[in-house]
Write a protein that binds this ligand. Sequence first.
Ligand SMILES: *[C@@H]1O[C@H](CO)[C@@H](O)[C@H](O)[C@H]1NC(C)=O
Length: 475
Amino acid sequence: PPRRKRPSGAGRDGGGVRAPVGSTEAKPAGGPAASSLGGGDSRRRAAELFRWLVAPVEPGEFAGRHWERAPLLVRRGDPGYYAGLFSTADFDAILRSGEVQFGTHLDVTSYAEGVRETHNPVGRALPAVVWDFYQNGCSLRLLNPQAFSTTVWHLLSILQEYFGSMAGANTYLTPPGTQGFAPHYDDIEAFVLQLEGKKHWRVYSPRTDTEVLPQFSSANLTQAELGKPVLEVVLEAGDLLYFPRGFIHQGDCLPDAHSLHITVSSYQRNSWGDLLEKLLPAALQMALEEDVEYRQGLPMGYLEYMGVANSDAADARRTAFVEKLQRLMKKLVDYAPIDAAVDQRAKSFLHDCLPPVLTQSEKQLSVYGFPAQWQDGSPRNVDILITKDTEVRLLHHGIIRLCNEEAGVMLYYTTENSRVYHKEEPKYLEIDPEYTDSIEFLLSSYPNHVTVDTLPCGTLDDKISLATLLFEKVL
Ligand SMILES: *[C@@H]1O[C@H](CO)[C@@H](O)[C@H](O)[C@H]1NC(C)=O
């Protein structure tokens, strides 16, 4: 009978967690949890993928000289470099699936004689209509290829682990001799991967200091608003073009070739300022609670000597007012809950991001490899026999985050996310605070295994309960 206390499954999906079965007595553990150790380190795979993305430029050189600084052009002379990632044939097959909607998933665009237009009909984007637009010179932008293409999902999911920030993508198919978009800049770091054909690109430096690393994308710009390009190039299949947010760009097709590219993006709203937007209100909240100085009233009459109309007046009361305010603002630093604010950003990231791509070895070691099944009239191999000697580790780097919240200690996780942005609510388990140390221990031990009896929490039953819960949740 299921008697063991669970580490609580009070999260949004906790109700569905099955009670544990099996004995807590030490006996040889069965099933894949006890099979030969493995699983690898998912951080290494992410680093290798990024190395491939910018190769032959070294990631260190890219970080120092290009990231958020300057465009990078990589000519590879290898049309097959991205083979298997995404093709016009894949695009055609996706249209044939009948699941693509104009506007939501696909934009039909044109840019001719300085006029940028969107031609989306309403409803389903079926091949007959889509290819007719294309034949008439329109560009086709697929907005979330990761929802339709497994290889694009894999690419983005692994890159988001590298960036620690959501990675997105669009694909662009442009007919020969046309341009689909007006010149503009974006609010993301952009990696243009030329998949098929070629495209003529012009890239321009930010025009003013305020357009360096902008928080928001620009409007459609006119040619008259542009200076001279810093980079002009014909990108060919297998090549890479990177440019930071704020760099204006436009791409057009030569008369003799179509172009298919995918733009991979990351680092949208991922700046110091974005962290401060979370941190400062929290710091003020803490200061108001803990320090009476922040709760004392403003000086009587301050409306009379402060304000723009009085800003040029020489007045000792003004000086005192400003000095006091500056002191309170400096003191806010001491109240800033920096780690909690970072955890809140991590929590958002875990909700925004794509589900992780598990390797065969990770799948095999996880509950997906567990042999429970219906056989000959009844379920077989159902018991998860975790003992004190069972070797455990987190399945994959970055798939969980522990957050201390007012309502309790929450363990957020990504494994049940959807490939469609925010299709799922944030997934979490409420964890008994006594398990916090054990989860931190698992986090810091990754990628190494530890035995269940080394988990720093209560009784052996507690340790086994926690391990069983995390195993059942693919964590
Ligand atoms: C550019 O123009 C197109 C077509 O009019 C429009 O749909 C799009 O929103 C514009 N982009 C921006 C950023 O204003």
